[in-house]
Design a protein around this ligand. Structure first.
Ligand code: UD1
Ligand code: CA
Length: 472
């Protein structure tokens, strides 16, 4: 008879406040490489593809719940209304996990864990069939962690730092906070955990000795990579985790062909996708759900956040771009600022000191110098002269400017929106455009120039500067 595969639940503990972080925000929502710390253990759990996942929320749990609902459909939220320790946390979810054969407990604040490590742990658990498998690692600096105490009879217990003896404090093998339990055994011991310890908390770590004493074997899997199991408790831990993660992500992209001039000053977020032959200059940051296509180049000290950068496009640095979609063979910068839903079509160019917001720039169109383009659509092949401004805000609401294809917008044109310009139309430099300009027309909206003949001679007669005399 075929054995039924064992069912598995994954519970991610995220209800604690994180006192050592000194923050008003729950620790698991602290940003790590611009994603909440919780993003990482959840990603590892999802990538493992091993079972149902739930997150335990408690301290400011509404924020945790909102995040999960928004970003992790399919992940359940379970509440621990009072945060009385990790043992109490797991007990709070008993109704949920007792339906599974096994329970994997991940700590929401152990973000660097890889899904390969989880799968390896699971394979060992299934091969050896103990009542509990836990991850440990050996470190020169065990401070802050629970120590793994190996007992003479081959058994194991965990002692928390605050309860450890002088001798136990020297133990360098520590508990990573990642456990696989047989749920029947866990159900038996979870109610036996007491708060009889230095901090008066219900420790999940006490379940280990209880299982060892009454239920059966404990299997300890020692993880070779100690960085992977770093617990994030303090701002320093957060920075240390970012350093490890940052290197790991850059390494991944370089293996896939990204050329990174200075990996040490380059930051790429965990959700970014890069094609081969992307070239990154020093100091580049790429965050959010950005996608950079093959052959694109991002110039020094540029930041891209939730940006699609098309194949063979160039961002000259420094430029700052967010929530925008840049087509292939386009050019941006240097010193450009694009934000809030900009769409640049193929071959278009936005240049020096140009800000673009919520606008589309047509194919091969260009705005190369000192302009503000907000709430506008610019047709293909159109040239926007230096100093052009779309005056989109009338003090009450935002209005749109529409500029057609193959237009020539003279320098220093002000478009007082809502206003439009047809195809192949032109504006005279310095115009303040308040009326629509039809196809093919020239819009001039400025004073005609007056030349005052002999001005310089008059200046010498009155013996002063023309401005002083006022005799024009
Ligand atoms: C815990 C372990 C320690 C281990 C370390 C590894 C215990 C008692 N100690 O210590 O042996 O070396 O992790 O990183 O488990 N949480 C809740 N509800 C609570 C309390 C905590 O959900 O009532 C969550 C936290 O949000 C956190 C995780 O559990 O994600 C661990 O809690 P934390 O207080 O950070 O435990 P440590 O002191 O780091
Ligand atoms: Ca911790």
């Amino acid at each position: 008879m075929n054995e039924q595969p064992q069912s598995l639940g994954v519970l991610v503990l995220g209800a604690g406040k994180g006192v050592r972080m000194h923050s008003g925000k729950p620790k698991v929502l602290q940003p790590l490489m611009e994603e909440p710390v919780l993003y990482y253990p959840l990603s590892a759990a999802v990538s493992s593809g091993i079972g149902n996942i739930a997150v335990l929320a408690g301290y400011q749990g509404e924020l945790v719940e909102d995040y999960i609902k928004k970003e992790w459909p399919g992940v359940e939220v379970i509440w621990q209304r009072e945060q009385l320790g990790t043992g109490h946390a797991v007990k709070s979810a008993e109704e949920w996990w007792k339906r599974f054969d096994n329970l994997l407990v991940l700590s929401g604040d152990v973000p660097l864990i890889r899904h390969e490590t989880i799968l390896d742990m699971l394979a060992r658990h299934r091969a050896v069939s103990p009542r509990c498998t836990l991850l440990s690692f050996v470190t020169d600096d065990p401070s802050g962690y629970g120590r793994i105490v190996r007992l003479a009879d081959g058994g194991v217990r965990i002692v928390e730092e605050s309860d450890a003896t002088e001798e136990e404090l020297f133990i360098q093998e520590i508990n990573a906070g990642v456990y696989l339990f047989d749920t029947v055994s866990l159900s038996v011991v979870i109610n036996k955990i007491t708060s009889d310890n230095e901090l008066g908390e219900y420790y999940l770590t006490d379940a280990i000795q209880l299982i060892d004493d009454t239920e059966g074997d404990i299997c300890v899997v020692i993880c070779d990579d100690k960085q992977e199991l770093l617990g994030v408790n303090t701002p320093h831990d957060l920075a240390a985790a970012a350093e490890v993660l940052g290197k790991r992500i850059i390494d991944h992209h370089m293996r896939n062909g990204v050329k990174c001039m200075d990996p040490y000053s380059t930051w790429i977020g965990p959700r970014v996708e890069c094609g081969p032959d992307v070239f990154l200059e020093p100091g580049v940051q790429i965050w959010g759900k950005s996608r950079v296509f093959g052959g694109a180049r991002v110039g020094a000290w540029s930041t891209l956040r939730d940006v699609t950068l098309g194949a063979n496009s160039i961002v000259l640095g420094p430029s700052v771009i967010s929530d925008s979609d840049i087509g292939p063979c386009a050019e941006v910068g240097p010193f450009a600022f694009l934000r809030s839903n900009v769409r640049m079509e193929a071959g278009s160019r936005v240049g020096r000191f140009v800000e673009v917001k919520n606008s589309t720039i047509g194919e091969n169109a260009k705005a190369l110098h000192l302009s503000y383009i907000g709430d506008a659509s610019i047709g293909s092949g159109t040239n926007i002269g230096a100093g052009t401004v779309t005056c989109n805000y009338d003090g009450v609401s935002k209005n749109r400017t529409s500029i057609g294809d193959d237009c020539f917008v003279g320098s220093d044109t002000m478009f007082v929106a809502p206003v439009s310009m047809g195809n192949k139309a032109t504006t005279a430099a310095g115009s303040v455009v308040t009326k629509d300009i039809p196809d093919g027309a020239l819009g001039i909206a400025r004073e005609r120039q007056t030349n005052v003949d002999g001005w310089n001679d008059r200046k010498s007669i009155v013996g002063g500067k023309p401005g002083k005399t006022g005799e024009v």
